[in-house]
Unconditional design. Structure first.
Length: 106
């Protein structure tokens, strides 16, 4: 991201929120609700490989996301939401904002 440029994301409710600009110490991340996703795959008789193929990522990516070794990227998130119309962002993902050390919320 170019220095001084701001990045915004669209949150599930349709609200925009400033993410971070280069140099900020905040860590923002999107995580998968692993229990929900595993249950969804089980209930729909989907293997990790079949799921990965449908959303357009490698099986290893799905496995690493489910095992907490990496966060889902844009391709993963887009693939899930565009190929599984019965799933909503809030069901599968959670957005986490971590403040820099020493900062407190109001």
């Amino acid at each position: 991201m170019p220095k001084g440029k701001k990045c915004f994301i669209l949150l599930p409710e349709g609200n925009y929120q400033k993410v971070i600009k280069r140099g900020d110490n905040m860590k923002n991340s999107i995580k998968v609700k692993v229990d929900f996703l595993n249950e969804y795959l089980k209930n729909n008789n989907l293997s990790e490989s079949e799921f990965a193929k449908t959303i357009g990522v490698a099986h290893s990516t799905v496995n690493r996301v489910i095992n907490g070794k990496r966060n889902p990227g844009g391709k993963f998130i887009t693939g899930v939401l565009s190929n599984y119309s019965d799933l909503k962002f809030e069901q599968v993902f959670t957005y986490i904002i971590e403040l820099p050390k020493g900062n407190k919320t109001a």
